[in-house]
Design a protein around this ligand. Sequence first.
Ligand SMILES: [Zn+2]
Length: 82
Amino acid sequence: MSERYVCAECGAVTERTYAVPTLVRTCEECGAWSHFIREALLALADRVPEDERPEDWDELSGDEKMRVAMREGHVSLADLRA
Ligand SMILES: [Zn+2]
């Protein structure tokens, strides 16, 4: 089974056969040296309640949302390793 990883810069998706929290690589789509976050983990950021989300939440990239979620204690490192 393959895992989908999402570019934190542009949202491009790449697949790998292994599961790790993030990949760091050059994105073919946007050319950035970027973190690719495992797609299953991005959904964890939705744990941040709406009234705790920054105003620009919808404009944040996936890894920025994850940073907020972790900073506010809604996602732990243990969640990322699961
Ligand atoms: Zn990209």
